[in-house]
Ligand binder design. Structure first.
Ligand SMILES: *Cc1c(COP(=O)(O)O)cnc(C)c1O
Length: 352
């Protein structure tokens, strides 16, 4: 498979000397939504399955470029603060390409499966007291040096790589969609989509740019509420961010695209999460479901017309935190019924 860097070298800021490394990131499926067609009469809704990236989230698109650039300048160490997915991604690329990887995680609330990804890849995992935002403040204060590269989304190489998801959407649909719905945490991704769609429109690869519709969780919505949140709360750990690192860039992306940034409750996130799994076969992270919850709300409030083409970004896989299924009072997670023999099984099957 061709490296994402090679495939899009004319559109991202890399040099001929940047190593064309790859763990197989990118080229993720764009899947048509049956539910939005049949249940809501919106026949042109698609899901971009960024959960299919090598470590299970879109972070790999940015990380492949950030790590390639780190290797190009002969760095020895990469470091990031993370609610889980950035560290999982950094650890995989760092391990494969021989970089020491340091990940700073908040002292609470990082799902064990995400942490496991870093541990098994041999990263140095450090707990920082307080929330993600404390860890981020420390990383921001570190200077990039010839040996050390910060691989958070404040690293502009990350943004370059993440633009490629927008390129793929245009390639798959034949043009840009009318809307893109996605969750917003630190705001790097919504900005990257804006940059990607903007670049393709400038070069006349596409005829238009989509409106970017970003969604935060209501317990963690600093951009919507225009105020830092000191202890952000939401089931959606990847967007549990009280002081977004790319705040201004996210606002710019929304403004320039005539989109919006809004919030959804945890209840709405959980309902959309369950709906995606049970009706579309997509088991994603709750954070990813925030974008879909937002779309459902826009449709419910009659803010969209049915013929428009809409892409929801499924940012990460549900396998990252399976314990949430039990915790979030989902109907089908009731204790399982016990069946003792074949005749009981036959009775059970007749009642389905
Ligand atoms: C990182 C992440 C987000 C948030 O993206 P930002 O660029 O921080 O806005 C959303 N969902 C998942 C699964 C993530 O890993």
């Amino acid at each position: 498979m061709q490296s994402l860097l090679e495939k899009f070298k004319d559109f991202i800021d890399i040099s001929p000397n940047t190593p064309r490394i790859s763990l197989g990131e990118g080229d993720t499926p764009l899947v048509w939504s049956r539910m939005f067609d049949q249940k809501y009469g919106f026949p042109n809704v698609y899901f971009k399955l960024e959960s299919c990236n090598p470590t299970g989230s879109f972070k790999d698109r940015g990380m492949v470029v950030a790590v390639a650039k780190a290797l190009e300048k002969k760095a020895k160490v990469i470091i990031c603060s993370s609610t889980g997915n950035t560290s999982a991604s950094a650890s995989a690329y760092g391990g494969r390409y021989g970089l020491k990887t340091v990940v700073l995680i908040p002292s609470t609330d990082v799902p064990i499966s995400k942490l496991a990804q870093s541990i098994i890849c041999g990263a140095h995992v450090v707990r920082i007291s307080g929330s993600f935002d404390n860890a981020m403040a420390m990383v921001k204060a570190l200077e990039d040096s010839s040996v050390l590269t910060v691989v958070n989304s404040i690293n502009t190489d990350r943004i370059e790589g993440q633009k490629t998801a927008a390129f793929e959407i245009v390639d798959d649909l034949g043009d840009a969609p009318d809307y893109v719905c996605l969750p917003v945490g630190n705001g790097g991704n919504i900005y990257a989509y804006w940059r990607g769609f903007h670049d393709f429109a400038l070069k006349a690869v596409s005829s238009k740019q989509p409106k970017l519709m970003g969604f935060q969780a209501s317990g963690s919505a600093p951009i919507v509420d225009q105020e830092r949140v000191l202890s952000p709360k939401t089931i959606a750990s990847a967007i549990r961010i009280g002081n977004p690192a790319n705040w201004e860039k996210a606002v710019m992306a929304v403004r320039e695209s005539n989109g919006l940034i809004s919030k959804v409750t945890d209840r709405e996130i959980i309902d959309a999460w369950q709906m995606l799994a049970s009706q579309e076969g997509i088991f994603c992270e709750p954070s990813s479901a925030a974008g879909v919850a937002g779309l459902l709300k826009l449709i419910h409030n009659q803010q969209l017309s049915a013929q428009q083409s809409i892409v929801c970004i499924i940012t990460g896989t549900g396998l990252k935190d399976v314990s949430l299924v039990e915790q979030s009072d989902i109907q089908s997670s009731k204790p399982f019924q016990v069946i003792n023999d074949l005749s009981e099984l036959q009775v059970f099957l007749r009642k389905l």
